[in-house]
Write a protein that binds this ligand. Sequence first.
Ligand SMILES: Nc1nc2c(c(=O)[nH]1)N[C@H]1C(S)=C(S)[C@@H](COP(=O)(O)O)O[C@H]1N2
Ligand SMILES: [Mo]
Length: 222
Amino acid sequence: MSNDDTISFFGRMKEKLIETKQAWARDGRLITGQTAEYEQRLPPGQRLVQDWPVLDLGVHPNVPAQKFRLDIDGLVERNVSLNLDEFMALEQVDSTSDMHCVTQWSRYDNQWKGVATRTLLDMAVPKPHAKFVIFHAHDGYTTNVRLDQFDQPDCFLVHEWNGKPIDRQHGGPVRVLIPRLYLWKSAKWVRRIELSHVDKPGFWEVRGYNNNGDPWLEERYS
Ligand SMILES: Nc1nc2c(c(=O)[nH]1)N[C@H]1C(S)=C(S)[C@@H](COP(=O)(O)O)O[C@H]1N2
Ligand SMILES: [Mo]
């Protein structure tokens, strides 16, 4: 395939994938109509997997260590801009949590290493009227959460999974991890964290997916 053919091939693949997932939202696929307490470990309509599936727009950006940069800006007292060494020099925390994807799979007991979102928020200091967090990724993907959902002790920017660097297909070198929301809220290849006083629905949120995305409330679609 010529370079142009390759680009349009991936373009069509990507369109097809997006169209399929939008149809899921239109049809309300996988909805059980049940809710559960957070104490019930497996959220309604989910099934357990042992491996870790890959889900994204079909483009896996290459972010070599020398090119890595993480910016935290918007409604903050101090703009933060870190290269990979600076990010790795921050306090590193080990944590274990479950993942829940809207396409129905859940995976228990993932061991992560990374920087607590609270560490990053302590550096940037959100202004009082900052209420939302918008993630911008290297593949053009965006997703949004409320600041209070991001500012939780189980939320991290992670770079290791089960003792190894997170590989490129899963968003390495550094991705977001918000374990109590569906995994589409956890941006891979994160480049920029924007704090805002207005909500900015992201890639899937404007394509039929729920703005909040709580698995226990089965907030799959809007
Ligand atoms: N940058 C970026 N982050 C992303 C996505 C994406 O396409 N691009 N897809 C999201 C979706 S829909 C899911 S389900 C999870 C999947 O993460 P995984 O491939 O590591 O399982 O990543 C989320 N984060
Ligand atoms: Mo997803």
